[in-house]
Structure formats: C-alpha cells, structure tokens
Design a binder for this molecule. Structure first.
Ligand SMILES: [Mn+2]
Length: 241
C-alpha cells in the first residue's frame, strides 16, 4: 500500500490521482477508455489489457486513499475515440461510471477534447457533465483550451498534457508519469498525469507542451514523479541539464 503524498498544502497525490483534502474531492484525469480499440483500428497489435489495468489502478487509488471521497471528478478524456462510440467502449465506460458512483457520493465529469459525444453516456447514468468545476478557490478543468479564470480561484488543476518525464539511469532512459506544479498568471497550476495504463505520456523534456496553460517557460515547474509512490524530482530546469 502507498501513502498519499502531500505535494502542496492540503493537496495530496494518491499515485496518479489527486486528492483535495478540504473539498474532499478525488480527481482522475485522461483515462482514455477505448484507446486500445483505436490502436487496433489503425492496424496495431495490442493486448487487450487496457480496461482491466485501468480498473485495477483506480481500485488501488481508492484503497490507498483509505476513505470514500465525497466527490470524484474525471478531469476530461474519460474515453478515447472521437466521434462514434463502439459497443465495447460504451460498455466499459458505463462500467467505470457505475464503479466510481459506488465509491463516492457525487460523480462529476469534466469535458475533455476527446469527450465530444459523452452527453448520452452521462445522461444514461445521471452523471453531471461540465466544462469545468469550481469549488472554493480551486478550478478543475481539462486544459485543452484557455478560459478566463475567475479572480477568487487560486489553484487550477488540469489534465490533457499526459505529463511525463524521461530520466537517465546509467545508459538507460526511463519515462515516468509525473505531476507538474508551477504558476499560471500568478495562480498555482497543477498538471496531472494521465490514467492511461498503456502510455506514460509526453516527455516534458523532449516534447512541446500541449496545453495552452503551459505556453510560457515552464523551467521553474516542479516535477513529481509517479512510480508507485510519488517523488519530488525538483525543477524542470535542473532535469534539463
Ligand atoms: Mn485531452
């Protein structure tokens, strides 16, 4: 069992999920249900573990948190496919929603750029689907496009980026999912890793950031690696050397 790690005051990383203590909100980002099927359609061979692994990881987060959160938020890209929903994707998405609903009082879906047809699914399970969630001084938003951030908001939490970082160990290079913590317009910005078990994400040291929230120099952002537990690896600038 892993213990939640406080990465900012009153905000804990529970592996790849983020827990807001005061608000009692647990956040998952970028599950990309149906990712595997999309790869198969492109002619790639991938073993069919995606959904099973995803469920296992979500279960582990809930276990590690140790108590049932009041609210669970999926911060965008619950499912992968643009456009039509395949039967399996539909089934797995409903399964995930049912499972999460059993583990909280309130489930909220924040729209991601892949979630263009999520409406009917959310409706079917009576789940709230929103562009962003504001609670106290926190704003939870997917992060694929910029929005005006209301003045009382002090902390913005985004996904979308699938943040990861490559670390050189001797001659090997390993990529790890990570959190990024920095600032956006004098507000705190937390970038969450993706829950997608098949890919680590895009390497913050090699790739250009995707989210418009990360347009400025992010050298001062702090990197917290998720590898079972969560570890502070210092600033991006230091890792670039
Ligand atoms: Mn996205």
């Amino acid at each position: 069992m892993m213990k939640p790690v406080e990465i900012i005051k009153d905000i804990e990383a529970v592996g790849p999920a983020l827990y807001l203590k005061q608000e009692d909100i647990l956040i998952f980002s970028d599950m990309h249900i149906g990712y595997e099927e999309a790869l198969v359609k492109q002619g790639m061979f991938v073993p069919k573990f995606h959904f099973k692994d995803l469920v296992k990881q979500v279960e582990k987060v809930l276990e590690d948190l140790g108590s049932k959160p009041r609210t669970i938020v999926i911060n965008g890209d619950l499912k992968h496919e643009f456009g039509t929903i395949s039967e399996e994707e539909w089934r797995n998405t409903l399964k995930m929603l049912d499972f999460l609903k059993r583990n909280c009082e309130k489930l909220v879906l924040v729209k991601g750029n892949h979630d263009t047809v999520l409406g009917p699914i959310a409706e079917k399970r009576d789940v709230l689907l929103v562009d962003s969630l504001l609670d106290g001084d926190k704003m939870i938003i997917h992060g694929d496009k910029l929005v005006e951030v209301p003045a009382p908001i002090k902390t913005i939490i985004i996904g979308h980026e699938h943040a990861a970082v490559s670390i050189h160990e001797d001659l090997r290079k390993e990529t790890y999912k990570c959190y990024l913590i920095g600032n956006y317009n004098r507000k705190k910005l937390i970038v969450m890793p993706s829950m997608n078990p098949l890919v680590e994400g895009s390497d913050i040291l090699a790739d250009k950031p995707l989210s418009p929230f990360l347009k400025k120099d992010i050298g001062n952002f702090e990197v917290h690696i998720v590898e079972g537990d969560v570890y502070n690896f210092g600033k991006i600038n230091q890792l670039r050397k």
